[in-house]
Design a protein. Structure first.
Length: 265
């Protein structure tokens, strides 16, 4: 245990604790070889070794308990208690970090997912049923998309997902098609009409023609503004809910346009 914690201990503390264990043993061996056994000395050495082992085991248990408590507290601080997804603050942080590293060759899809007429669901079936559908939608999103995609509960009945490293329309249609089908199947099983609307901001990789060759503005045109993507996905969701609920609308991100003023908080 001491060796495994060596990186977490100061050198002096590590050597002191090792010497507490090693030196009495070496002294006892030397005494036995050079002179003879002293039962009193041997008893003291054995008792101190037992005390040392017990203290080290207790320290090990306390360390693991504190580590587990820290990991639990960090998980609870970053995750939504109802769905197990990242909460808005943690999701926002991870998404911004990804966008900060994007360049002109990277692509992604940012999606808003909203349960349609959720207030009616709560009023008709009760809040327990409403909570069930929030968990169900979260579970389906988590199973359809990859482990390294970022999915968080935005708030209430709304979710936001960042599908990384792809802007394929086929991938989008296939995955959302699976999502809508599974949700419709679950809705039919429970005898309730529950469906979702989706708004997507699709960030395709910039081509050479749009960037130019060797242009001074290449980095600026190729960069991706996170707030602008959020605003466009939000507008796409608004259009879906206004004209064709239960489907999705896609806006293609324009790298050359400045971010709009009406950004979601």
């Amino acid at each position: 245990m001491l060796i495994s914690y060596r990186k977490n201990l100061d050198r002096i503390i590590f050597l002191s604790m090792m010497s507490f264990f090693v030196l009495p043993v070496l002294a006892t061996i030397y005494q036995a070889l050079a002179y003879s056994f002293s039962l009193q000395c041997l008893a003291i050495v054995i008792s101190t070794q037992i005390m040392f082992v017990m203290d080290t085991v207790e320290m090990n248990m306390r360390f693991h308990s504190q580590q587990a408590a820290y990991e639990k507290a960090r998980y609870e601080a970053e995750h939504d208690g109802m769905t197990g997804l990242l909460n808005k603050e943690a999701g926002w942080k991870h998404m911004r970090k990804y966008f900060d590293r994007m360049d002109s060759h990277d692509e992604a899809m940012l999606m808003f997912v909203d349960i349609d007429d959720f207030k009616t669901i709560n009023d008709t079936y009760g809040h327990t049923v409403g909570d069930f559908w929030i968990r169900e939608v979260a579970s389906q999103l988590r199973h359809i998309y990859r482990h390294d995609d970022i999915i968080c509960r935005y708030g209430g009945d709304e979710f936001i997902a960042l599908i990384r490293n792809t802007a394929s329309e086929q991938v989008l249609e296939t995955t959302l098609g699976m999502f809508f089908q599974q949700l419709a199947r679950a809705s039919e099983q429970h005898g309730q009409d529950v469906h979702c609307s989706v708004g997507v901001c699709r960030i395709a990789a910039a081509d050479g023609a749009s960037l130019g060759t060797g242009s001074a503005d290449e980095d600026a045109i190729g960069s991706v503004d996170f707030d602008q993507c959020v605003a466009q996905a939000d507008l796409a969701l608004y259009e879906t809910k206004r004209f064709n609920k239960g489907t999705f609308t896609v806006y293609n991100y324009d790298r050359s346009q400045p971010a709009p003023a009406n950004i979601r908080a």
